[in-house]
Ligand binder design. Structure first.
Ligand code: SAM
Length: 290
């Protein structure tokens, strides 16, 4: 059974009396080569466990199961569970769970697999919830080896942007703190059923085991990044003053200049290393005042 064949997808869904659910971002892949390329790219260790988010009718799930030790597939749509039981019949290394990834207890669910070896994430993500899912995975503190996701091309450009570029956003800086993102390849809208309005790209994030940036206070780093990008047209001291109310404009200017920047620099120009140094200086000044 070729799960990327449009006729097969339609017949299988009709057999189970289900329809594409737009609210769950259901755009299924219809190109075997793309599915195989994603499965190949997501991991270089066959002994890994793969967490797949949103298996749909199981096309990528099968390719992952053929390559890696175990696949845990979380699917929010209850209607797809009997379909997956049918399409994954005989795949003994796949565990399908009917759950919303945003509500799942990932640490408990994945603990036995982390104990056995590497765990990576692979998904053709639903567009409506891409950034929240990525943030959830990154902030979970779970030691994933890598995260490979198909996402809207525009979002991929933002994730992989260089500091200071027009595509750079708060998510770019935060992502660079956790790992190294890399855009692998583009997939045009014609490779999905139903076709979405935009093209997609596959991005792999290789996560740091030992993060190169070690802020004194992680929450202050994220607060600094948020401040810089919330008011990105303002100079950095002005943008910071909207979020760091406990410090005066003069103090903020002094801290920014003390970190080696001009007072009229915009926050979007800073690299993750520079954000970390700035957040340390802000944290120290806040501590001194308490
Ligand atoms: N993997 C399939 C493929 O590539 O053809 C389907 C990908 S489709 C873009 C996204 C999948 O994610 C759908 O199956 C959808 O039901 C599921 N999904 C959407 N939101 C989810 C959530 N919060 N948790 C788990 N699965 C979700």
């Amino acid at each position: 059974m070729n799960l990327c064949d449009i006729k097969t997808i339609k017949e299988t869904m009709a057999m189970f009396g289900i329809h594409f659910r737009k609210e769950f971002g259901q755009n299924f892949l219809t190109n075997n080569m793309v599915v195989e390329d994603i499965a190949d790219a997501c991991c270089d260790d066959a002994d890994s466990t793969i967490l797949e988010i949103g298996p749909g009718i199981g096309s990528l799930t099968r390719e992952l199961a053929d390559r890696y030790r175990h696949v845990i597939a979380l699917e929010i749509d209850r209607g797809l569970i009997p379909v997956l039981k049918y399409t994954l019949d005989g795949y003994h290394n796949v565990t399908v769970i009917n759950e919303d990834v945003m509500k799942a207890d990932l640490p408990t669910l994945l603990a036995p697999y982390f104990a056995k070896g590497k765990v990576s994430v692979c998904a053709n993500l639903p567009y409506y919830i891409t950034t929240p899912i990525l943030m959830l995975l990154l902030e979970s503190g779970l030691p994933f080896d890598s995260i490979t996701v198909m996402i809207q091309s525009e979002v991929a450009d933002r994730l992989c942007a260089k500091p200071g570029g027009k595509d750079c956003g708060a998510i770019t800086a935060v992502l660079n703190y956790y790992g190294q993102p890399e855009k692998l390849f583009k997939v045009s809208a014609g490779n999905f059923l139903p076709p979405p309005k935009v093209d997609s790209s596959v991005v792999r994030i290789s996560l740091y085991r030992d993060k190169p940036c070690k802020p004194q206070h992680e929450a202050t780093l994220f607060r600094t990044i948020r401040a810089a990008f919330e008011q990105r047209r303002k100079t950095l001291p002005n943008a910071l003053s909207a979020v760091f109310g406990e410090l005066s404009k003069e103090e903020l200017t002094e801290i920014v200049v003390g970190c080696g920047h001009s007072a009229d620099i915009r926050g979007e120009k800073l690299s993750i290393e520079e954000f970390t140094a700035l957040s340390d200086a802000l944290w120290e000044r806040i501590q001194q005042k308490q």
